[in-house]
Design a protein around this ligand. Structure first.
Ligand code: C2E
Ligand code: MG
Ligand code: MG
Length: 543
């Protein structure tokens, strides 16, 4: 091809290209443009474009590809040094650009509520955290969780649940300012980044407004729905650099607010993180404890004041961890209940206690504490019956100790389980009576065999006449209902005297005996048959 032919070809490509092409002199004079270039810039003088591009300053380094918006179009511009000037190629990427902008927006939007989503919240947080200026202290993250949302969702169905979330989103949007970022994090949890305000005062004010507005009733498909909201606040103080950490901090504060019935909101403090870590470590160890055989039972005698004999023993769980100092059941049982581990642990307790008791004299009972969470599982009665069958223990020698919280279950599952078990001969005691709701209705709704009066009343009998009156009242209530009454926590002879005058039928406490390891129970029972309670307690000091 001759050079003339090549030049003609280049010219026709130049003239017909879809891209806007131009040759520009180093002094910004336009030497040559193609029709696409003129179409692109329409009435806009190329001088304006040139001013924005500042071609003269590009020199030899003309390799960048800036994206500019001119006349509402998005253009990617390539500039190439081509002596005697510059060759400019403008590509219209408006459609492509809009699509990716749309996709980016969609990826950061919560489809249900059309608020932002977790990704958006994280990115905006991260951007604020990069800013190390004095303004850093003027931002805070708030996380919001609805109380009772799950109940609404379960009872009224997902569609109503979703519609409720949209209404909540709308109320949140109406509460915050335009510059704040709102997102739905998951389920019924929302997040707000509040920026450029005095903190934490502004976040607290917002939390109170949210709490107020979100707990007003909602009307959905003719139903009036009430939920309320709790708020966790994490200020973006200096020193935090990680968005996920801030989200976690707000969640910790939110959890604290949920635990405290009276709190609408809670502000994160670093001690919460430590408490949470300690709890998680305890949980990890507890999960292993059953498999590693770190649990043991001890047995505390119950003394019958009428016959002057020990009639039964209560099984109490101990956790002998090789790495921890002794952990009280008051600390690890609630954790086991929250995590659901109590079902497995409770089954171990039942089976072990029945097996141990089967070796005791025939007239001695064993009492086992069963927590409310265990009753949520219908398999509990099967477990009890199987523990009895495997050990060969007579059902009449097993007593289940339950607390009032068991009776609070509205569906009556627990009551059904208790009735079924009682029909087989198993006995049922009401533990810690006097501390909870102490509703007399519970005493009527189930024929308990025993009422155990909480130790706080028993130990308080010496100082407080009120306590004495309560013990007396419960004892006479038991007498009238045909239920035995056990005073717990009897430590001194003085307690013992007051308890027996009050009319209780049984006592349990350090005065009779501390809880005993299983291997000492039989010997203890042999001695107690022949000795009065105080000498029994002398004997128990060995344990
Ligand atoms: P509880 O069922 O009311 O058990 C009585 C608690 O009082 C036991 O504490 C016992 O050691 C203690 N105690 C007995 N006599 C005296 C006394 O004279 N003075 C004092 N100061 N304390 C006395 P422990 O063993 O620490 O158990 C605490 C609670 O943990 C129990 O209260 C029970 O609610 C729960 N628990 C223990 N073992 C189990 C179990 O196997 N399953 C379940 N679900 N809960 C258990
Ligand atoms: Mg008990
Ligand atoms: Mg008790």
């Amino acid at each position: 091809m001759s050079s003339k032919q090549a030049a003609e070809l280049a010219l026709s490509v130049f003239a017909t290209s879809d891209a806007g092409l131009a040759m520009i002199a180093p002094d910004d004079r336009v030497l040559m443009t193609n029709p696409a270039f003129e179409r692109l810039f329409g009435g806009a003088p190329p001088s304006e474009l040139l001013a924005r591009l500042q071609i003269a300053s590009w020199g030899e380094a003309a390799h960048q590809e800036p994206v500019l918006t001119v006349n509402g179009r998005t253009l990617r511009i390539k500039v190439m040094a081509l002596p005697p000037g510059y060759f400019v190629n403008c590509e219209d990427i408006t459609d492509q650009f809009d699509r990716s902008a749309r996709e980016a927006k969609l990826a950061r939007t919560d489809r249900l509520t059309e608020l932002g989503n977790r990704q958006l919240l994280r990115e905006r947080l991260q951007a604020l955290l990069h800013d190390s200026g004095p303004g850093r202290d003027s931002h805070a993250l708030l996380t919001i969780d609805l109380d009772r949302f799950k109940a609404v969702n379960d009872a009224l169905g997902r569609n109503i649940g979703d519609a409720l979330l949209c209404l909540v989103a709308r109320r949140i949007r109406a509460t915050v300012s335009d510059q704040d970022v709102i997102a739905r994090l998951y389920g019924d949890q929302f997040g707000i980044i509040q920026s450029n305000r005095p903190q934490p005062a502004s976040a607290i004010a917002l939390a109170q407004r949210l709490r107020d507005l979100l707990s007003r009733p909602y009307m959905l498909e003719g139903q009036l729905i009430e939920v309320s909201a709790r708020v966790g606040i994490a200020p973006l103080t200096q020193g935090t650099t990680d968005a996920d950490q801030v989200i976690k901090n707000a969640d910790l504060a939110l959890n604290r607010a949920k635990q405290d019935r009276a709190a609408d909101y809670c502000i994160f403090e670093s001690s919460m993180d430590q408490t949470m870590r300690a709890r998680r470590a305890l949980e990890t160890d507890l999960r292993r404890a059953l498999a590693l055989r770190e649990f043991a039972l001890v047995y505390q005698p119950q003394f019958d004041l009428q016959s002057g004999r020990v009639t039964g023993l209560e099984a109490l769980l101990r956790w002998n961890s090789p790495t921890r100092s002794p952990v009280s059941p008051m600390e690890f049982i609630p954790l086991a209940e929250e995590t659901g581990m109590i079902s497995l642990i409770g089954e171990w307790v039942l089976r072990t206690a029945c097996r141990d008791a089967a070796a005791w004299p025939d007239d001695i009972t064993v009492a086992v504490n069963v927590s409310a969470v265990q009753f949520a599982n219908r398999a509990l009665s099967t477990t009890v019956l199987s523990a009895l069958a495997d050990s060969g223990l007579d059902p009449r020698r097993l007593e289940l100790e339950i607390t009032e919280s068991v009776m609070l279950d509205a569906r009556g599952t627990a009551l059904g389980v208790l009735q079924r078990l009682r029909a087989t001969g198993v006995r049922v005691s009401l533990d810690d009576f006097g501390t909870g709701y102490s509703s007399l209705g519970y005493l009527r709704s189930f024929p308990f065999d025993k009422i155990k009066i909480d130790q706080s009343f028993v130990r308080g009998t010496s100082e407080d006449p009120g306590n004495r009156a309560i013990v007396r009242a419960i004892a006479s209530l038991g007498q009238n209902l045909g239920m035995a009454t056990v005073a717990e926590g009897v430590e001194t002879t003085e307690h013992m005297e007051r308890i027996s005058t009050a009319g209780c039928t049984h006592v349990q406490g350090y005065l009779i005996s501390r809880p005993l390891p299983p291997e000492q129970v039989i010997a203890f029972l042999a001695v107690s048959k022949t000795a009065p309670p105080t000498s029994v307690s002398d004997r128990s000091k060995v344990a």
